[in-house]
Design a protein around this ligand. Sequence first.
Ligand code: S3P
Length: 177
Amino acid sequence: MSGPAAPGRTIALVGLSGVGKSATGRILAARLGRPLFDTDTLVIEAAGRSVAEIFSAHGEARFRELEAAALRSACDRGPCVIATGGGVVLRADNRALLRERAYIVWLDAPTPTLLARLRAHDEPRPLLAGDYAARLDQLRAERARLYENLADLRISTDQIAPEAICERIVSALAGPA
Ligand code: S3P
């Protein structure tokens, strides 16, 4: 982890599905008076299809291209809050763009917490098809280093409300008291 907190910078939330990126992003954007962009939502708007439909009709590679374009367009819209899809860190160009343009917050929580949150919203996640817990553990193993190397700040969101997560982010942005 590295990088100073910078008040005028875009803030990007990264982490696995179910960790609270969208809920935290909404509250953080309102609190900072900035627009919120959600890369999944931008992809859905651009493609006119759901994420699950893009995966099944065109495959993951096409989804990742649309996701990279969505990230670029969010980064180009000035200081904002970006709730990224969990796999945005997989591409080196996405990681470079995030490093250059954003203060990156990695939201993390244990798999049972992610499962409980995902069950509460029954939107299909194609990469979690089958055994959700096993898939989340696998994605965590594949991605933890990427999130860790990228993040300026890591927050465990286990048993913490999104408002409290935002508090921590805002404090980090303000720097040491
Ligand atoms: C994915 C996470 C999803 C969505 C897509 C792929 C991933 O977003 O982008 O299903 O690779 O982890 P959330 O992190 O918002 O669930």
